[in-house]
Design a protein around this ligand. Structure first.
Ligand code: FAD
Length: 404
């Protein structure tokens, strides 16, 4: 008799951890495992702002999937998912097709520009390894161009960061570190380079406590970041943001524009006929898609309701990894005809980096951390993931080892 086939789509935090857990929880005789991903490498999405700023080499933020997932146990397919034909238990890939008995959709996020005119066309976004690398190269090109131009324009050196959420603030923190390095390399006065963070809400870092926000803003302002809060971008032009409209509109020019202000779940979800709320599928407590007995949806593709607060948990790598635990437990339970368990979020806190030497956040029951203790905690969080994925060997190879 053929074994049930479990197909995992997307090798990010959720997909890698689900595959890893399924390898641990199921015997090779119990199920066939397949992992599909666009590339042959896995990258840590939470490090992409460092790749985008150029403070971390792209190869430090990625690894070959076959280095951590045993290809003799899991069939690794490097291809792009085009659509899930859920009524036929089939996935259409760019170059082939694959059938499944159980499906895990963990295809991550896409940029959401909220329909801001010109944003999709004119701004970069930090979505994957390639887009992050393009930002790094573009920024460096602006500096090189300025230094060799007969008629250099200071606006070309300015970097506009749209969105003051977690990604925008962490990216600005890396720029604070990178810009002086580029200034030195290209012999440019640091005071000529503006880093401007633009946020529509009254303050940056929504969801963070006031003291933590004040700390982060001060840290970045000390490094030269200008904040424009309560500033609604009405248009993104080739080299500027337009803030506000009508007679009050203001234009801020820059040579580099990066939009970090919004994400949504993979568009494969809507294309495949799932019921979508704000770009994602609201999953059942057991992480399955509504009315689908054999399809799990995880990570940034899923809304998981926080029933106490009546709103979904925020999408994070921490949550994605925990989704993977519940999902792999429940696939095992389905195979063994046992009851399914319900996802319970264990909030270990959140730490945001402000460059490599500063950070702030909360850990375990809202204890606030600032400065060096927060930097160390952020590294512990990053290294813990590597440990769960590939043990101490992977930490030694890819980890953040210098604690301070
Ligand atoms: P991802 O990790 O993004 O993985 C999706 C995978 O699917 C990728 O490998 C991608 O290549 C693949 N894929 C996508 N589409 C296709 C397709 N069509 N076909 C085949 N493969 C495909 N969260 C935290 O908890 N802490 C942090 O400090 C933090 N910092 C962040 C910093 C940045 C710059 C960003 C962008 C996010 C950060 N987050 C953080 C959020 C966190 O990264 C996401 O919540 C997490 O990555 C979600 O995991 P995932 O598995 O759903 O998606």
């Amino acid at each position: 008799m053929s074994k049930p086939k479990i197909v995992v789509l997307g090798a990010g935090y959720a997909g890698m951890m689900t595959t890893k857990r399924l390898m641990q929880k199921l015997s090779p005789e119990e199920a066939e495992l397949v992992l599909v991903n666009k590339h042959n490498y896995h990258y840590q999405t939470t490090w992409l702002h460092e790749v985008a700023a150029g403070t971390r080499n792209q190869n430090q933020a990625r690894m070959l999937i076959s280095d951590v997932i045993n290809p003799s146990r899991v069939n690794l397919i490097y291809d792009e998912v085009v659509e899930v034909k859920k009524d036929e238990n089939r996935v259409v890939l760019k170059n082939s097709e694959i059938t499944y008995d159980y499906l895990v959709i963990s295809l991550g996020f896409e940029t959401n520009t909220f329909g801001i005119k010109g944003m999709g066309k004119n701004a970069f976004s930090i979505t994957d390894m390639d887009s992050s690398r393009m930002i790094r190269e573009h920024i460096e090109y602006q500096f090189a161009k300025y230094s060799t131009s007969a008629n250099p324009k200071d606006d070309d050196l300015a970097i506009l960061v749209g969105g003051g959420g977690f990604t925008g603030i962490e990216f600005a923190g890396e720029l604070v570190e990178k810009v002086p390095e580029l200034c030195k390399k290209y012999d440019i006065d640091r005071s000529k380079v503006r880093i401007i963070n633009v946020e529509a809400m009254p303050r940056v870092l929504p969801g963070f406590d006031d003291d933590l926000v004040a700390y982060a803003k001060q840290s970045l302002a000390d490094g030269g970041v200008e904040f424009r809060e309560g500033a609604k971008i009405s248009e993104c032009k080739k080299n500027s943001f337009v803030i506000g409209d009508g007679d009050d509109a203001e234009e801020i020019k820059a040579g580099t524009i990066v939009w970090t202000g919004g994400v949504t779940g993979s568009s494969i979800l809507s294309k495949s006929g799932f019921e979508i709320t704000k770009g994602k599928v609201t999953v059942n407590g057991d992480m399955r898609a509504p009315n689908e007995d054999n399809i799990f949806i995880l990570g940034d593709c899923a809304w998981v309701m926080n029933e106490e607060e009546g709103k979904p948990f925020p999408p994070t790598a921490q949550a994605a990894m925990q989704h993977a635990d519940t999902c792999s437990d429940n696939i095992k339970a389905l195979l063994r005809h046992q009851p399914l368990s319900k996802f319970v979020f264990d909030d270990k806190g959140t730490v945001a980096s402000l460059g490599s030497k500063d950070a702030m956040g909360t850990v375990f029951n809202d204890n606030k951390l600032y400065g060096k203790p927060a930097v160390s905690m952020k590294k512990v969080i990053d290294n813990r993931y590597l440990f769960l994925l590939g043990g101490p060997k992977l930490i030694l190879k890819k980890g953040k080892l210098r604690m301070l």
